[in-house]
Design a protein around this ligand. Structure first.
Ligand SMILES: [Zn+2]
Length: 317
């Protein structure tokens, strides 16, 4: 028995049952009238229009009818899976593969494993990244005076930028914050590593009572004064930990960046800047739901699936 031998990865009816158990844990929710736990009828055995491939019409798995508004729906309605032309059991396999690969999985690899077209795999992966994107920024990091590490990095190439041997102007910039107490991170695709881009993110995501940890970059000098403490390390001088206080460092956020960079270099070589935030969401999700935070592959897949609702897909290839 392997993880992928579970029935919902192979049987379409089981796939619907599984997703329903995740999405409708608090009762079946009608996407049309919004009733939760109301009267719902199972329309099992209903078939779609006859086609060449399915002369009797394909079985419409998971079809329900709302007893309140009389409209039909399945658990996919209103989720990022709604308009995907792929059997649900394959999409559930894809979710499992993506959440359990530390560095991610390329669309080419996904297409080979699932035996679907490359383009379908590419779109599916972006749907899943959207599900992994956290919409919850309500609670600032560093509440109660915890340490929050902030760092920026550069990856890949900006479209249209002339290749340069040195400097960062031709690369895409990323800012990450790590809350040391909860072991979670937030990452942002930013225009450039300037005070204009960075300060609003730092101020809106970190509690003023936090201990802010950054490198010596001038960028943080001014904004750092707004926090209870601002600890800096001198990377230029080879000090990765402040010798006078060993809790002052940015090693955690740098560790998180190194996983992201290895994945982006090894698996997602070509990433357009307007998609960068989706890849960041993927790495951030796996980081925040990692084994060290007490989450296993199954739990991670379940959490990712809970995120398929309430997201709108608005991207062009
Ligand atoms: Zn309804």
């Amino acid at each position: 028995m392997s993880v992928l031998s579970q029935p919902h990865f192979h049987n379409e009816a089981k796939a619907y049952e599984f997703l329903e158990s995740v999405i409708w844990a608090d009762g079946t929710a009608c996407p049309h009238c919004g009733t939760v736990g109301g009267r719902v009828y199972d329309l099992s055995g209903v078939r779609g229009k006859p086609s060449l491939k399915e002369p009797e019409g394909a079985i419409r798995h998971g079809l329900k009818k709302c007893g309140e508004c009389r409209k039909q729906f399945t658990v996919k309605v209103g989720t990022v899976f709604e308009h995907a032309h792929m059997p649900l059991h394959k999409m559930l396999q894809a979710v499992h593969l993506i959440v359990s690969s530390k560095k991610g999985i390329s669309a080419h690899q996904l297409s080979r494993v699932l035996e679907v077209q490359y383009k379908s795999a590419w779109f599916l992966a972006h749907r899943i990244r959207e599900a992994m994107r956290s919409g919850d920024l309500a609670v600032p990091f560093g509440i109660g005076g915890g340490a929050v590490e902030v760092d920026e990095t550069y990856i890949g190439f900006k479209a249209g930028a002339a290749p340069a041997r040195a400097g960062h102007a031709h690369k895409m910039a990323v800012l990450a914050l790590v809350d040391r107490d909860s072991g979670t991170m937030r990452s942002f695709s930013i225009e450039r590593t300037s005070a204009d881009s960075i300060h609003p993110i730092v101020l809106s995501n970190i509690s003023r009572e936090a201990r802010l940890m950054t490198d010596e970059a001038k960028l943080y000098r001014k904004v750092g004064k707004q926090f209870a403490e601002h600890g800096t390390t001198l990377h230029g001088a080879g000090n990765y930990v402040n010798v006078s206080d060993r809790t002052i460092h940015t090693n955690t956020v740098e560790g998180a960046f190194s996983i992201f960079k290895r994945g982006m270099r090894g698996v997602y070589q070509h990433c357009a800047e307007h998609h960068l935030h989706r890849y960041l969401a993927e790495f951030e999700f796996r980081y925040n739901h990692r084994q060290a935070n007490g989450v296993d592959d199954r739990g991670r897949a379940r959490t990712a699936l809970q995120g398929i609702t309430g997201k709108r897909l608005t991207y062009a290839a």
